[in-house]
Design a protein around this ligand. Sequence first.
Ligand SMILES: [Fe+2]
Ligand SMILES: [Fe+2]
Length: 293
Amino acid sequence: MEQIGQDRRSLFGLSNGQAALAAVGVLAASTAFPLNEAVAQQAESSTDVDLFNFALNLEYLETDYYLRGLGTTVDVVFRTSFGAPVKGGRKVQFSNPVREGMIKNIAGNEVAHINFVRAITGSQASKRPPIDMDAGFAAVAAAAGLSDFDPFGNEMDFFLGGMLFEDVGISVLKGSARKLRSLTLRESAAGLLGSEGYHMGAIRSVIYKMGDTWRSRAAAISEFRDRLDGPQDLDQPPVKVGALANITPTNQNGIAFGRTPQHALNIIYGNPAQGIMAGGFFPEGFNGRIRST
Ligand SMILES: [Fe+2]
Ligand SMILES: [Fe+2]
């Protein structure tokens, strides 16, 4: 095994412990996913409210996803409708109370995220656009080559559906942070990013522990996202070649990689083209000023 000398350690800013990890290939595995500064610099003209309204559309989707899996809906929990109807989804038959408890914890956070982001956007908060879970997941299943993918049909597919959304939310929060003018709202976005990161870490850990079937299904979803979100090889599955765990998909610095809102929409609309305004989970597109790929 190649030894990493003191000079190379200091060159890469690695501690001795990190250098040891690099020597066995753990850190080196992440270097295939470089930051794309050009992508990160797109859409600089968006206002803070535009960016939080973009996040709000994603929170509407995420929150109803988890609540429906638990047998309820956003409209029932909030005793109001935030806009258009949400179609699809049903209670998941959880076989494992620990995993069900994780989903309840995540769902509770998502409910709070809707409140939080609506408070930030205030009178300019975007109404919920029509959401179609059935159409969205059918499109993912077809494009990912998972003909039997049914997130509400079994507990593990439900975790895969969570992974589909959470990874996108994290990357777009990271990719948008530099565009926020308000320091207070940067703190808010950092808090949201942290929360979604915990969700994704929990979900990817469950998938990693579930063995080859679920690992390969997660890889198919990761590949589906990578085919849609521009030419960069950004997305990463929970397990890499050689069965190495990849709970935290990062760039070469070990930090979460960023996506533009436009590339996030490519995934959510299920279409890699530019200028797309709707599709997949959102038959009429996002509400708000950031709604086109
Ligand atoms: Fe959220
Ligand atoms: Fe989340």
